[in-house]
Design a protein around this ligand. Structure first.
Ligand SMILES: Nc1ncnc2c1ncn2[C@@H]1O[C@H](COP(=O)(O)OP(=O)(O)OP(=O)(O)O)[C@@H](O)[C@H]1O
Ligand SMILES: [Mg+2]
Length: 228
């Protein structure tokens, strides 16, 4: 089954200085259960692409289907429901809420509504996820009391709370040292292997890219198979 079907995708940012063409005629097909690494130079449009796949932004042209659903035309409210139900998003910048503790930040997706699991069970899973990313000793810290790498790992735990079928991760190991990188990489690979979670991972980490199923390179607005 196809999880992601992208055809003729383009994204042009209109700025006071003129139009910035980032994606042009991009094609992408990802089967359910696949894990794909995306590489490419800074400014090539990797984050732009993830924002479009996550329905956080709208394409200038082309179509995006996720699990058969055309997400390009969703209203803002429908896009939010779609993200909360089906997606895990790990951002390059963590977006933790400053007034909430680490544990509360990870539990945040639960507040969006439509959550059927009892609160006690969700809280236990949040603690387990934080344990898996090595943050069990930081549950009650506020975001500013964390290191950059710890914030990023809290963001990974939060992205997994809704048991996503599709995980979109923007440099999930970007700020991490070797030990923390290994921990996050293992968590992602295990989710893909054991639970069949489809994932797109933007990464500069060649070791992680090699462990994912396939590597695509973004350049000149399009994706192509990268040499491995
Ligand atoms: N909102 C915006 N308005 C105008 N231009 C933008 C906007 N967002 C991104 N861009 C431009 O689009 C290009 C692609 O940006 P994007 O963030 O997708 O790159 P990236 O591949 O993720 O880079 P990096 O590896 O540095 O994170 C850049 O040249 C950037 O300046
Ligand atoms: Mg980026």
């Amino acid at each position: 089954m196809a999880m992601i079907e992208v055809a003729g995708l383009s994204k042009i940012y209109e700025t006071p200085g003129g139009a910035v063409r980032v994606l042009e005629g991009l094609e992408l097909a990802v089967a359910a259960g696949e894990a794909v690494a995306i590489v490419g130079p800074s400014g090539s449009g990797k984050t732009t692409l993830l924002n479009l796949l996550g329905a956080l932004d709208r394409p200038s042209g082309g179509t995006i289907r996720i699990a058969g659903e055309d997400i390009g035309g969703l209203s803002a409210a429908a896009a939010a429901r779609f993200r909360n139900r089906a997606l895990g998003l790990v951002f390059q910048h963590h977006h933790l809420l400053p007034q909430l503790t680490v544990l509360e930040n990870v539990l945040l997706p639960r507040l969006a509504g439509g959550w059927e699991e009892p609160a006690v069970a969700t809280t236990q899973r949040a603690r387990d996820l934080l344990g898996k990313v090595g943050l069990d000793h930081r549950l009650n810290h506020l975001p500013w009391q964390l290191s950059g790498g710890e914030m990023l790992r809290a963001g990974v735990a939060r992205a997994l709370l809704n048991r996503p079928r599709l995980l979109l991760a923007d440099e999930p190991t970007g700020l991490l040292d070797q030990a923390a990188t290994a921990q996050v990489a293992e968590l992602l690979l295990q989710l893909n292997r054991d639970e069949g979670v489809t994932m797109i991972v933007v990464t500069h980490n060649t070791a992680l890219a090699r462990q994912l199923g396939r590597t695509l390179e973004l350049a000149h607005g399009k994706l192509r198979e990268a040499a491995r």
